[in-house]
Write a protein that binds this ligand. Structure first.
Ligand SMILES: *Cc1c(COP(=O)(O)O)cnc(C)c1O
Length: 377
C-alpha cells in the first residue's frame, strides 16, 4: 500500500464543483490582487475568531513579519520564541532587524515553556511569540499572565492551528496579534501562497493594512515604510469556499489522530502526542517520538524506522530535524548543543506520520501495523 504524507488531490476532488466557479469569478472580474473575494474571506475569518480585524496577506511568513513590524519592533529589540518551530517564526523578528531569543519547550506539550519564557525576559524584550505547534495551542493563560506582568505584547504564530482551541477559545484570538499561514499543506490551505493576521486593536490593524500595501494611505501616497504583502484574489476565493469545510476537515483529522492512538497505544518504543487538558488539538501534524535507547545519544532508531516505513510505501516527515538555535544561520547568536535540551531531544526523536482529513482508518491501521512489525517482528 502507498500512503502519501499528504493528499491534496483527494480534497480538491470533493470541492472542485464549488471551487472552480469561485476562481472563474475572480478571472471574470480580473480582481487578481485583494478585491472582493479577499475582503469577504477576511470578514468570515475574523468572525470565526471573534476578532475585529483580519488582514489578508501573501504568506504566513509575511504575517509573522507584519505582526512584529506593526508592533514597532526593530533593531536592538529581542523577541522571545520557541526553538522548536519552523524557521518562519524567527524571520518575523529578523526581518524587523530584531534578535530572536530561543526558549526551550515543555517536554509533553512541545510548546514554549512559560517559566523559561519569563527567565529569558530582559529590558530589551519587545514581544513574546507563542507557536501552537503541530496544531495544539500553547499554554496561553500562563504566557499572557507573564506578558502582562512585564508589559510585553504576546503574539501567536497560529500557522499550524486553524480552528484549534485553548479553553474553548480559538487559537489566533488569544493575543495582541496573531498570524496564520494558508500554505497549501496547512489545515486551511490556499492554491498557492497566502496568510493573514488577526487583531482587535484598531491602530495595529491600520498599520498592518498599510504595511501590506507599500505603506500607502491611498494609492501613491506613502505614509510609512511598507512592503508588498497583499493576498491574491484567487486565494481569497479558494479560502472563502474552503473555510466552510474547515470544521468538518478538523473533525476528520481528530478522528485520524484518535485511530493512530488506539492502534499505537501499547508500543513502548514510541511516545504518542499528548493532548493537554486546556487544548483542543487539531493535528496539523501527527508527531510521534521514537525513544532513544541511550537518552542524549542519537542511535538512529528514528531514522531506521523512517527508512523501514519508506520501504513499505509510507511517507513520513521530520518536524523539525534541527531546532532554530542550532541552525547555521543563527550561529552568530552563540547557542550551542545542550542549551535547550527538550527541543534537541524532540529534533532527534520526532517522526511525523501521514495525516489529512481524507486518510482512511484502514490506511492508518496499515501504518500502525507496519510500525509494530518494525519493533516486534
Ligand atoms: C507554515 C508556517 C509558517 C510560514 O507560513 P508560509 O505561509 O509558508 O510563509 C510560519 N510559522 C509556522 C509555525 C509554520 O508552520
Amino acid at each position: 500500500m502507498n500512503i502519501p504524507f499528504l493528499d491534496l488531490k483527494a480534497q480538491y476532488r470533493t470541492i472542485r464543483n464549488e471551487i472552480n466557479p469561485a476562481i472563474q469569478e475572480v478571472l471574470d472580474n480580473t480582481a487578481y490582487v485583494l478585491g472582493k473575494s479577499v475582503a469577504e474571506f477576511e470578514k468570515s475569518f475574523a468572525e470565526m475568531h471573534n476578532a475585529k480585524h483580519c488582514i489578508g496577506l501573501s504568506s504566513g511568513t509575511a504575517g509573522n513579519h507584519v505582526a512584529l513590524w506593526a508592533l514597532g519592533i526593530g533593531p536592538g529589540d529581542e523577541v522571545i520564541m520557541p526553538a522548536n518551530t519552523f524557521i518562519a517564526t524567527a524571520w518575523g523578528a529578523t526581518l524587523c532587524g530584531a534578535t530572536p531569543v530561543f526558549v526551550d519547550c515543555e517536554p509533553e506539550s512541545y510548546n514554549i515553556d512559560p517559566e523559561k519564557t519569563e527567565l529569558a525576559i530582559t529590558d530589551k524584550t519587545k514581544a513574546i511569540v507563542a507557536v501552537h505547534l503541530y496544531g495544539q495551542p500553547a499554554d496561553m493563560d500562563r504566557l499572557r499572565e507573564i506578558a502582562e506582568r512585564h508589559d510585553i505584547p504576546l503574539v501567536e504564530d497560529a500557522a499550524q492551528a486553524h480552528a484549534a482551541e485553548y479553553k474553548k477559545q480559538k487559537a489566533g484570538s488569544l493575543s495582541t496579534v496573531s498570524s496564520f499561514s494558508f500554505y497549501p499543506g496547512k489545515n486551511l490551505g490556499a492554491f498557492g501562497e497566502a496568510g493573514a493576521v488577526l487583531t482587535n486593536d484598531d491602530d495595529l490593524a491600520e498599520k498592518c493594512r498599510k504595511i501590506r500595501d507599500h505603506g500607502a494611505e491611498q494609492k501613491y501616497y506613502h505614509v510609512m515604510q511598507g512592503h508588498n504583502y497583499r493576498m491574491e484574489g484567487i486565494q481569497g476565493a479558494v479560502l472563502g469556499v474552503k473555510l466552510k469545510y474547515l470544521e468538518k476537515w478538523t473533525r476528520e483529522r481528530k478522528r485520524a489522530a484518535a485511530t493512530y492512538k488506539t492502534f499505537l497505544k501499547d508500543v513502548d518504543d514510541i511516545v504518542l502526542p499528548r493532548e493537554m487538558e486546556y487544548a483542543d488539538h487539531v493535528f496539523h501534524l501527527f508527531v510521534i517520538r521514537v525513544k532513544e535507547k541511550t537518552p542524549g545519544k542519537p542511535n538512529g532508531e528514528r531514522d531506521a524506522l523512517r527508512n523501514y516505513l519508506t520501504e513499505k510505501g509510507i511517507a513520513t516527515g521530520l518536524h523539525y530535524p534541527v531546532p532554530l538555535h542550532l541552525q547555521k544561520v543563527f550561529e552568530p547568536l552563540g547557542y550551542k548543543e545542550g542549551d535547550l535540551p527538550n527541543a534537541e531531544t524532540l529534533a532527534r526523536e520526532c517522526l511525523s506520520l501521514p495525516i489529512y482529513p481524507e486518510l482512511t482508518d484502514d490506511k492508518i491501521e496499515y501504518v500502525c501495523s507496519t510500525i509494530r512489525d518494525y519493533f516486534y517482528k
